[in-house]
Design a protein around this ligand. Structure first.
Ligand code: NAD
Length: 258
């Protein structure tokens, strides 16, 4: 069976851990050359570095240290990808952080950090990718595809995590805006909104109230796995998803349906 992303060049931010790591590994397994970026190469959950796993599986990739909140980092990274691989077919804006605080407890520094990574980081990734995609000839009807990580908590409220929830609502909004503004240029832009996906360091005590809330709200009899989100990302990155743009694909085990 032919691989879904054969020959595509795909960039993933926050690719060292969790969902970004699963997306990068799945893209490589589907035949994409993957450009990974993060502020560290160490997976939060432990194990081998993502690029090593890509190469061990016979894939082709590169890693660049990129702080997505800095335009200069993102600008240089996309330039390097195009020099190395010739074009940019897909970018996944996945890197994110959170403060875990309600409004009154959120300091200005925390607000700015979350907005810097989650919102400015997404703006930087989208803008630089669109700049590049506009210069490319269409392949299979598209000049390029953008996938932004939203969250179910950008749609319903995020318990005691104001800046995070606002940033994820922004991720879903900027997705629609780009989809509409650049549809005539054949640039496709969608978001994925995961429900609760178990990521991070195994054994690290998770906030019991948040975990209890997640289990109660998720009708499917387990919480999400990074691979659940990677499967959705492979579809949206592939030529199977061309007339789909501006959409927000919810992958949440039924959380929002309840
Ligand atoms: N895990 C969930 O339950 C869940 C639910 C909804 C949405 N999401 C979204 O999915 C995405 C991935 O979540 P995750 O759980 O895998 O997170 P994670 O914390 O496990 O991984 C995030 C990665 O981003 C990197 N990163 C942080 N700041 C960065 C920066 N300034 N520049 C570049 N990279 C940076 C981290 O080093 C890390 O490797 C995020 O956008 C998150 O908001 C996750």
């Amino acid at each position: 069976m032919s691989r879904l992303l054969e020959g595509k060049v795909a960039a993933v931010t926050g690719a060292s851990s969790g969902i970004g790591r699963a997306i990068a590994l799945s893209f490589a397994a589907e035949g994409a050359r993957v450009a990974l970026s993060d502020i560290t190469t160490e997976p939060k959950e432990g194990g081998e570095q993502t690029l090593d796993l890509v190469r061990q599986a016979g894939g082709d990739g590169m890693y660049t240290r990129v702080d997505v909140s800095l335009w200069a980092d993102v600008d240089a990274w996309i330039g390097d990808i195009v020099r190395e691989f010739g074009r940019l077919d897909v970018i996944v804006n996945n890197a994110a952080t959170y403060s875990g605080t309600a409004l009154v407890e959120t300091t200005s520094a925390q607000w700015e950090e979350v907005m810097g990574v989650n919102m400015t980081g997404m703006f930087n990734g989208c803008k630089r990718a669109v700049q590049q995609m506009l210069t490319q000839e269409p392949v299979a009807e598209s000049r390029g595809r953008i996938i932004n990580l939203g969250s179910q908590q950008g749609i319903v409220t995020s318990p005691r995590d104001t800046a995070y929830g606002v940033s994820k609502a922004g991720a879903i909004y900027i997705t629609r805006q780009i989809a509409v503004d650049y549809a005539k240029d054949l640039i496709i832009c969608n978001s994925i909104s995961p429900g609760k996906v178990v990521t991070g360091k195994p054994g690290l005590p998770m906030d019991p109230a948040l975990m209890e809330n997640a289990r109660r709200r998720t009708p499917w009899p387990r919480l999400g796995r990074p691979q659940d989100i990677a499967n959705a990302a492979v579809f949206l990155a592939s030529d199977r998803a061309t007339f789909i743009t501006g959409s927000n694909l919810v992958v949440d085990g039924g959380w929002l349906a309840g």
